[in-house]
Design a protein around this ligand. Structure first.
Ligand code: COA
Length: 98
């Protein structure tokens, strides 16, 4: 499953994805995110697509990097995971500025 939500900021989208555990490790997330990025930027007319990832989620970080996302920084206690605060790494792709 892959989804793009709209952030409150104009023309900014947020990407999320989830692969069923039985099929993880076979390149599905990488393929899906690579396909989704150009579609989301164009079809939704985004100037920025971002993703928030837990620091220990290394597979997800590899997915994003291989789809052209850049790591921008760390938001402390930004997420709540299983009821506890968790940091988030921020990744993004942007459209070339004219
Ligand atoms: C993160 C997730 C989407 C990855 O899906 P996937 O289909 O297994 O990913 P891929 O098979 O495309 O592999 C992605 C990369 O992670 C690497 N990887 C897999 N398991 C790993 C592990 N335990 N540690 C480090 N890297 C790992 C793969 O080798 C691959 O890297 P490569 O392209 O350099 O070889 C999947 O694990 C998932 O659904 N997790 C739960 C939900 C989630 O975390 N969503 C993302 C929230 S930001």
């Amino acid at each position: 499953m892959l989804w793009v939500g709209l952030r409150p900021q104009r023309r900014v989208g947020g990407l999320g994805y989830w692969i069923v555990p039985e099929t993880r490790g076979s390149g599905l997330a990488t393929a899906a995110v690579r396909l989704a990025v150009p579609w989301a930027l164009e079809a939704l007319d985004l100037q920025r697509l971002e993703a928030w990832v837990e620091p220990d989620n290394l597979p997800s970080q590899r997915v994003l990097r291989s789809a052209g996302f850049h790591e921008e920084g760390r938001l402390r206690s930004f997420l709540t995971v299983a009821g506890r605060p968790s940091d988030a790494l921020v990744f993004s792709v942007i459209r070339p500025r004219h």
